[in-house]
Structure formats: C-alpha cells, structure tokens
Design a protein around this ligand. Structure first.
Ligand code: EPZ
Length: 418
C-alpha cells in the first residue's frame, strides 16, 4: 500500500488542469452496453474506478481498450454474459448501473447488490423500483438482484429522493423500453445532464418535462459516438480548496464553472477572491477568511462530495462554522483524524461545529473513503510539520495522480510505498 508524505506550510500557486469527471465517465461506460457500435470517450481519468468498470464491461463481453492515455474505446455488441459478479461490484458500487442497460439489451440481468460502504448503507431500492415500473420482474437471491423481462415497457417512475445513479440507471433502461417513460424527482447533477446529452447524441429521445422530471420515448436501437468528457467538478473543487487552505493563488482549468456555483459561491462567502472564466476558476486570498454555514444538498446545492474538503478549510477560518451533511448518514470519518492534527470539531447529530482558526500539526493519518482521504491531504498541506496519509488507494479511486497535480502547484508531497 502507498502513502503520501506531505510537508505542510507552502502556499500553493499556479495553474492546473482538472482531469475528466470520474463519476460521469462511470455512467457513460455503463451506457456503452446500450449500443452495438463503438463508443470512444476522451479526457477520461486513469483512476481505479474506471479500470474496475472496464473490467466489468470486458466480463460482460464488450471489448475495452485505450486509443491513447486518456481515450477509452468500448466496442459494443450483444453482451455475452448478463452477470456482474460480487467481487467486482463490491469494489465499486457504481457498477450497479449495468443493471438497466443489461435489462434493456438482454431482458435479463444478474447483478450483485453493492452492499453498504464506509459513508452509509446506500440502498438501491429506488433503482429496483424504477426497473419494476418499466415492467421488469425483480427478485433478490443470495445477495444478487435477478431481473428479467420479455421487453421493457415505458412507465411512470417517481423517485422518493433524487438518486444520481438511480436516475442514470433507470434513464438508460427507459431509452430502449417500448413507449413513453416519465421519471419524476430525478437527480439533475451535471453527471446526469452529461449522460442525457450523450444518450441524445446516440439517438435517444429524452425531454426535460420539468425542473426535475424527464420524459423518454423509447427507441429500438442506439448508435455509438465519440465524446470528450467534462472536467471533474469535485476534483476542481478539491484543488481550489488546496489553494485556499494554504492561502495560495491557484487556477483550475478544464472545468465548467456552472457545475460549481455552490462551491465557488461558498469560497467567496468565506472571503476568497474567486474569478471564473469559460472553462477555468481562479482563487486567491481575500483580506479575511470567515467561518460559514455549509449544508450539503442535491445539485445545484453544495455537493456532499465536497463536504470533507471544505471542512478542512473551515478549520483555518476565523470563528465558528457549521457543516450539515444531509445526503449520507456517516460521512464524518475525516473528523477524528482532523482533530488528531489539532482541529476543533464537534459533531452534534448531522452537524459538525468547527472552531477556527486552529494550528494543524502534521501527524500520521488514515481515512476510509475517497473524499475523507482527500480532506486529510489538504490538512497536511496546511499543517506545520510532516503528515503521512496512509492507504492512498482510496484516493486513487477518484483522483488521477493528485500528488503530481499538487506538486506542480508547489505542494511538498511524495508518494511512497508503505
Ligand atoms: C453518486 O452516488 C456519486 N457516485 C457519489 O459520489 C455522490 O456522493 C452521490 O451521487 C450524491 O451526489 C457516482 O456517481 C459513482 P445517490 P449515488 O443515489 O448515485 C440514498 C464520490 O465520492 N439512496 O444520489 O450512489 C443514498 O443512500 C461518490 O465520488 C437510497 O436510499 O448516490 C443516499 O443517502 C460518493 N436508495 C442518497 O440516496 C437508492 O436506491 C443519495 O444517494 C439510492 C440512493
């Protein structure tokens, strides 16, 4: 296992390009099951989750390959298997998104239930409710979902909550269902919007019938395409927080600022000077950096995937801040580790109260999920002394060579075998 050794105290400065969106590309990779033709995705981040999804597609009988370091090709075709095995699904829950496309193409799918993860139980009941609304017969057996249908038929899906992958899963199934499907209380995250745009280019007939509802007219086939991935809004937010927490001057390019209004707005509210251009965002310190209230919410609200990172920043701002996590029930694993470094954070129910500024001192720390790990790297950059962040495989799941990006910005960070 690798660890990062970080020597804190250096203000970051410079410009860095964000990689393509990890969460968006996972949904688009599932969408390759919907067509017999080749899909070519460029600006794809070489992260572990993408490798895992590629091996699942290979397992299902598609042929994945790399045309260039950041360009993934998936040769479509009839899936030769309909089962996504437990040992792959458990490592990356997004693989559950092959359920809808497999049902739509083969009328049969056997996908392992993803199980919970560090940040919460994360059930998939909404995904299954959607598939049943499209006429699938769904059974749970031995930790697997067994779903069958002669032909998916359009129906009405009303989600109890705006699930991102649930919306993507059901949307992909509905594109090849017979007739019209309405999806209500749908998630509208940028990753959902990118999937809608790609499916439309492939020939799907999808209309927005309301601020959070979609109307799909099923078609009989979809074509392949070439697509350039949008930049990763969460990686961009993480890199901006790295600049902010070290009181440096950082520009992040290759990202759409419209995907990050709640994050850039919150950084401005704290007191940073944030400027946006067409595909870049720059940040520099303001006169003060004040504590604020943050409440995570579905898009366009403040993203839960940025909660741990902004909490690290709030340990360095003047006064008391409050962070409320409304999406997942256990997404504060970074808090005890931040406190070991000197942060003053108290958790009261779903809200964390942060008093700042506190002097962080380097320490050996470890996290158990992707974004908590990223928040510890930010803390190491701000701390005095040396921080060892262990088990960086969590970070490698969703950030492409984050240590080289931070080094290019002047961060003193080294990857070492532990
Ligand atoms: C996606 O997960 C992202 N992952 C997550 O990013 C992100 O945190 C999350 O959306 C919320 O924005 C990918 O896109 C691969 P949800 P997803 O379904 O779709 C509950 C990261 O760090 N729920 O929108 O699985 C669920 O328990 C990852 O990059 C049900 O109850 O999230 C959660 O409390 C972490 N039943 C809430 O909804 C369901 O059937 C939101 O989950 C589905 C979800």
């Amino acid at each position: 296992m690798d660890r990062f050794t970080i020597e804190g105290g250096t203000p970051l400065s410079g410009s860095i390009a964000a990689s393509g969106s990890k969460n968006s590309v996972l949904a688009l990779m599932a969408a390759t099951l919907l067509t017999d033709e080749t899909m070519t995705l460029s600006n794809v981040p070489r992260v572990r989750d993408v490798e895992t999804m590629a091996s699942i597609l290979d397992h299902l009988g598609l042929r994945t390959g790399w045309e260039s370091p950041d360009t993934l090709t998936v040769e479509g075709g009839e899936p030769t298997r309909i089962e996504a095995p437990y040992d792959l699904v458990r490592t990356m829950r997004a693989s559950f998104m092959v359920l809808g496309p497999l049902l739509a193409r083969s009328g049969h799918a056997r996908v392992s239930l993803p199980g919970g993860c560090a940040i919460g139980a994360r059930p998939v009941d909404q995904h299954l409710k959607g598939m049943e609304a499209l006429g699938a017969k769904v059974e749970l057996e031995g930790g697997y979902v067994e779903a069958r249908t002669d032909r998916l038929r359009g129906g009405r899906v009303v989600f109890d909550l705006p699930t991102v992958n649930g919306t993507q899963n059901v949307l992909m199934a509905a594109c090849l269902a017979e007739g019209e499907t309405s999806i209500e209380n749908a998630a509208m995250e940028p990753e959902v919007q990118e999937l809608i745009a790609v499916l439309r280019t492939m020939g799907a007939r999808i209309e927005k019938s309301g601020p959070d509802s979609l109307c799909v007219q099923g078609v009989t086939r979809l074509s392949g395409l070439r697509h350039f991935m949008a930049g990763d809004r969460i990686e961009a937010g993480t890199l901006l927080c790295a600049g902010a927490v070290t009181r440096g001057e950082v520009e992040v390019t290759g990202v759409n600022p419209q995907h990050m209004v709640s994050v850039t707005g919150k950084l401005s509210e704290i007191g940073f000077d944030v400027r946006v251009n067409d595909d870049s965002i720059s940040l520099r310190p303001g006169d003060v950096a004040r504590g604020v209230r943050v409440k995570t919410a579905p898009f366009p609200g403040f993203p839960t995937d940025m909660q741990a990172q902004i909490m690290t920043l709030l340990t360095q701002t003047e006064g008391v801040s409050a962070v409320t996590e409304t999406i997942f029930e256990n997404r504060y694993m970074h808090v005890p580790e931040l406190c070991r470094m000197g942060a003053e954070i108290e958790i009261d129910g779903r809200t964390a109260i942060i008093s700042g500024p506190t002097r962080l001192s380097g320490a050996p720390v470890m996290a158990t999920d992707l974004r908590a790990s990223a928040s510890l790297v930010l803390a190491g950059l701000a701390a005095t002394g040396v921080t060892h962040v262990r088990r960086v495989y969590h970070i490698d799941r969703g950030y492409e060579r984050i240590e080289s990006k931070l080094e290019r910005l002047g961060g003193r960070i080294l990857r070492e075998a532990e």
